[in-house]
Design a binder for this molecule. Structure first.
Ligand SMILES: [Zn+2]
Ligand SMILES: [Zn+2]
Length: 262
């Protein structure tokens, strides 16, 4: 399989392997490229890179680009949270992501744990999970305007702990209206949507993000997708790619890899 992953976390944020170990794994698997996407600094996010860590991360990925030149193409990206600011010029590409909602003056993570998610619904939203979904999708719909990202991360991350509709019904009119409005806005943006297998590898979900009906709508509008493992450990670098490889998808983030070395 001639696949590459661009959503890759390392020990610079919440991944378990060093960038160099991941590069070696990508070479072993025959990947033409690998893209790194450390979590952008956000004070409220313990999984994100510190400002100093971000500088060291950039330096290390640029070092690897030179060290492995001719063996694999390496891209320096970042997973930019909606509430985080970055210096766009430093990076080859940006993955835009909503991991938090702002409610009652504070940021609340939507993807930490089932108990944390249930607490937010109960304490911040008075038990109304649909109100949380509406706040979440309002941010997702605005994600390209906010970040000018190249890739939209895990469109329906809000369902991470909702397997089997255990917390809210994704067929409910309020949920559908909020998600559909976000997708409609993103359809106008010049970005890719990722098919993200990360929550399958971590056993939270049985299907990739996003739900099939969003994916179908995106593809039927003539928009492109990209496969992502949202890898936090090298053993999952191409996790689940075989299952989704028949979807028509972008295989490289470089506009013209053949011309790159000229
Ligand atoms: Zn993410
Ligand atoms: Zn990620």
């Amino acid at each position: 399989m001639n696949a590459s992953n661009y959503h890759t976390h390392t020990t610079f944020c919440d991944g378990t392997d060093s960038p160099e170990d991941l590069v070696r794994e990508a070479i072993r698997l025959g990947c033409p490229e690998i893209g790194f996407s450390g979590h952008s600094h956000l004070a409220e996010d313990c999984c994100s890179m510190t400002p100093e860590g971000t500088i060291a991360y950039c330096r290390e990925i640029r070092r690897l680009q030179k060290a492995y030149c001719g063996q694999i193409r390496i891209l320096l990206g970042i997973e930019q949270d909606y509430f985080s600011r970055i210096d766009r010029e430093q990076f080859d590409y940006v993955i835009g992501a909503v991991h938090f909602v702002r409610k009652n003056g504070h940021l609340h993570t939507v993807d930490e744990s089932p108990s944390c998610f249930q607490r937010i619904v109960r304490e911040e939203y008075g038990g109304d999970g649909y109100a949380l979904a509406e706040d979440y999708y309002a941010l997702v719909g605005n994600l390209w305007e906010q970040t000018h990202c190249d890739i939209i991360a895990h469109f329906d991350l809000i369902t991470k702990f909702n397997e089997g509709n255990c917390l809210f019904d994704t067929g409910h009119p309020r949920y559908r209206a909020a998600a559909d409005a976000a997708l409609k806005r993103l359809l106008q943006a010049p970005c890719l949507l990722e098919v993200n297998t990360g929550a399958i590898s971590r056993l939270y979900r049985t299907e990739a993000y996003p739900e099939k009906r969003f994916l179908d709508r995106w593809l039927s509008a003539g928009k492109e997708i990209i496969l992502s493992s949202d890898c936090h450990a090298k053993k999952n670098l191409l996790f689940g790619f075989e299952r989704y490889q028949d979807l028509s998808h972008r295989e490289t983030l470089l506009p013209n890899p053949a011309a790159e070395g000229k």
